[in-house]
Write a new protein. Structure first.
Length: 388
């Protein structure tokens, strides 16, 4: 069976790395492992970050034109006709102007992964996009939610039985830490027993990412003086506010902070392999792919309890959660583990096991197929019966 795939927030080949781009790519791989043929239907980026009504109207018009062109190409055989449409990540700033039109015209199922509904946007600058989200959710044959918090908001709109929890996932079974560093010359050094190696992996962007960096810096500064020499922090990531992030951590000794910059998968895994604890305040985090990757590497996590983070981090088992944005609570929890590093080792082992058992891409592939396959085959059978 063939799937038309679309990611309106950020195309799969977007040059800027992010958890959103990673998840879109992983979904394609998961669908392929489930036995589906996947075609990227469009690369139109529908995001309007400032609420510009004219731009939303233009994108809606362009989406309609692209939908009609796709329909013509599917019907005349220029493109292989899909058996279903699959859209990843819808919210009021980034609606799907294409998929619902194509799916309705072709009579194929319409699937969504990661949608959110914000009733307060029904009026105001994003009203048009908000209503497009509502229509898509009502049309969807199945909605997969990596963040449980989204499920309650979607349930009143979605058809009964169409909302499903899909645990965040990664290609964990193939995770192997590299033996050498990013420059392919530095061997992996053994961790010093008296130093706890901390790591944070995030893009340095304004807004919530910046706020998380600010909370992290403040929490480290609030540690008792007796613990200030007990940790080292590696920051993996880059972005437009890197200079501001560097300034946040300028209060610490230069040898305590390593700015690794933007890293590819291999380099990120190298730094994770050296870490004892992943620290991330997770302000307004959807669920945190970086937190999942850290656990896949056997690294315990200390994070803010926001969004769907609790669906990845099992408090007291694979890591620890503190109230979102609470500097004092984050610092206190960090202090406890700096004083008892043995707790990190045990949690890291549990994290790796939990990631393998519940968050591997193979589990996601089975879940997607379990829900989607009967819907698709049922629609195909109904269409064949009509044509007979």
């Amino acid at each position: 069976m063939r799937i038309a795939f679309y990611a309106p927030l950020k195309p799969l080949d977007h040059p800027v790395p992010s958890g959103d781009r990673l998840m879109a790519r992983l979904l394609v791989i998961a669908l392929e492992r489930a036995g589906y043929e996947v075609d990227v239907a469009s690369k139109l980026r529908s995001r309007v970050g400032d609420g510009n009504a004219l731009r939303q109207a233009r994108l809606a018009e362009l989406g309609g034109k692209l939908a009609r062109r796709l329909i013509r190409r599917y019907e005349n055989g220029f493109l292989p006709r899909p058996d279903a449409w699959f859209t990843y990540h819808l919210y009021y700033k980034s609606p799907d102007w294409i998929g619902p039109l194509v799916a309705a015209e072709l009579g194929i199922p319409y699937f969504i992964c990661e949608a959110s509904h914000a009733p307060k946007r029904a009026h105001g600058p994003w009203a048009a996009s908000h209503h497009a989200i509502e229509r898509a959710v009502k049309q969807a044959d199945a909605i997969f939610c990596p963040n449980r918090a989204d499920m309650a908001c979607l349930a009143p709109l979605a058809r009964a039985g169409t909302v499903h929890f899909l645990p965040p996932f990664a290609d964990i079974a193939t995770w192997v830490p590299p033996l050498n560093g990013p420059d392919e010359t530095a061997p992996l050094a053994p961790s010093k027993t008296d130093i706890v190696h901390l790591i944070a992996v995030a893009m340095m962007r304004p807004g919530d990412k910046w706020k998380s960096f600010a909370v992290l810096a403040a929490a480290l500064a609030a540690l008792p003086s007796s613990l200030q020499g007990r940790w080292r922090l590696t920051l993996v990531g880059d972005g437009p506010v890197r200079g501001d992030v560097v300034a946040l951590f300028a209060r610490f000794a230069p040898d305590q902070i390593c700015f690794a910059g933007q890293c590819d998968v291999s380099a990120t895994r190298y730094y994770l392999a050296q870490a004892d604890l992943c620290v991330w305040p997770a302000i307004s985090e959807a669920y945190g792919m970086a937190l999942l990757e850290a656990q896949a590497a056997g690294v315990a996590v200390l994070a803010g309890d926001s969004g769907g983070v609790s669906g990845i981090v099992r408090h007291g088992t694979t890591g620890w959660l503190v109230p979102e944005g609470d500097v004092a609570a984050f610092s206190k929890a960090l202090a406890l583990h700096l004083q008892n590093p043995a707790s990190l080792k045990n949690a890291g082992k549990a994290a790796a096991q939990n990631a393998r058992e519940h968050h591997d891409i193979s589990s996601a592939a089975r879940m997607l197929d379990y829900v989607m396959s009967p819907i698709i085959t049922g629609r195909i059978s109904a269409r064949d019966a009509e044509d007979a």
